[in-house]
Design a protein around this ligand. Structure first.
Ligand SMILES: Nc1nc2c([nH]c(=O)n2[C@H]2C[C@H](O)[C@@H](COP(=O)(O)OP(=O)(O)OP(=O)(O)O)O2)c(=O)[nH]1
Length: 156
């Protein structure tokens, strides 16, 4: 990812930006939130399933892999949700995508300490990781628009 040069004031050169992808998995008008189990400083905080994009991987590929590893589900990845959010002193960004479950798969608790399906009026009821907070308004818009949860957004 290359969008900006080093500016010499301590900010990371954007050529070195790492992308962390997150999946906003939506079903029946609810979004899946996952509680981290590690590391200790963020254990219990809530996030979207996902992780770092590996070299040579597309972002949807990374999400598909992470959802299989973390939740044992197959997903169809759709449109972006919200904006890029800078993390880790500017060295990485969180980029969230809409996703829907395929083939009737149901998430399993493999790496997280808890899973919750949040309705639109429950989005503020969990302690999101700081980078996820700016995504919540976009999620609210997605959950309240016609067709939420029936796969429409994945085809957008
Ligand atoms: N997966 C995910 N990570 C997030 C979110 N919000 C947020 O700040 N993060 C941070 C936590 C971590 O510092 C980093 C992602 O790390 P990770 O441990 O999930 O990534 P990974 O699966 O590729 O892990 P690893 O191979 O390095 O062990 O991004 C989110 O919604 N989902």
């Amino acid at each position: 990812m290359r969008t900006e040069r080093a500016n010499g004031n301590g900010q990371a050169d954007r050529r070195d930006l790492k992308v962390v992808v997150g999946a906003a998995i939506i079903a029946d008008g609810r979004v899946l939130a996952c509680a981290r189990s590690a590391p200790p400083e963020v254990a219990g905080r809530w996030e979207f399933p996902g992780g770092k994009v590996e070299p040579g991987e597309t972002e949807p590929d990374a999400l598909t892999r992470e959802c299989a590893e973390e939740l044992d589900v197959r997903v169809q990845v759709g449109e972006r949700v919200g904006r890029d959010v800078r993390m880790a002193h500017g060295r990485s960004v969180l980029r969230v995508y809409y996703a829907r479950l395929l083939h009737g798969d149901q998430p399993r608790l493999l790496e997280h300490s808890a899973l919750r399906w949040l309705a639109v009026d429950e989005l503020d009821s969990v302690d999101w990781l700081p980078a996820d907070v700016p995504i919540v308004p976009a999620l609210r818009a997605l959950l309240t628009r016609p067709g939420a949860g029936d796969g429409q957004a994945a085809r957008a």
